[in-house]
Design a protein around this ligand. Sequence first.
Ligand SMILES: [Zn+2]
Length: 177
Amino acid sequence: MAGTRKPVVEVRRSQRRRRTVSAYRDGERVVVLIPDQFSRAEESEWVDRMLARLAAREGRLARSDDELLARANRLIDLYLAGYATKAVPASVRWVTNQNGRWGSCTPADRSIRISHRVQEMPEWVIDYVLLHELAHLIVPSHNARFWALVGRYPKAERARGYLEGVAAASSCAPLPT
Ligand SMILES: [Zn+2]
């Protein structure tokens, strides 16, 4: 977290925008998109508001790594109980730098990373993405044994359909790994 340091803000005005304002982080900068008709006062008010919103969002992200680990432990109990020692990750984190994939896992150091884009999805989809990565700690490749493990989760197929739908809806997101 940047703490109290104010980020570099780039304001972009768009004639196509009427009332909507949005903001996103682009490296060290924060880009704020506002309607072209906004006054300077409105611009400054909205920049402050969007920076606060972004900080709140990132705060939630940081706090919820613990929730993610608790979620992983619950999934191991429910679906991977026989593999408890093998399936337990050393770390589970939400990450914002994983735009191409929903989740990833490094069996060598038993770390799991889940994309922040999954955070906005329904609980049962988050569970699927997480269980998928936990199963990779037991079976690294996508073979029949792997899919049998993942298939213990009752909504596995439904969740894959959901993720494929999201991937199809956005132009460059590939299928879950
Ligand atoms: Zn996979």
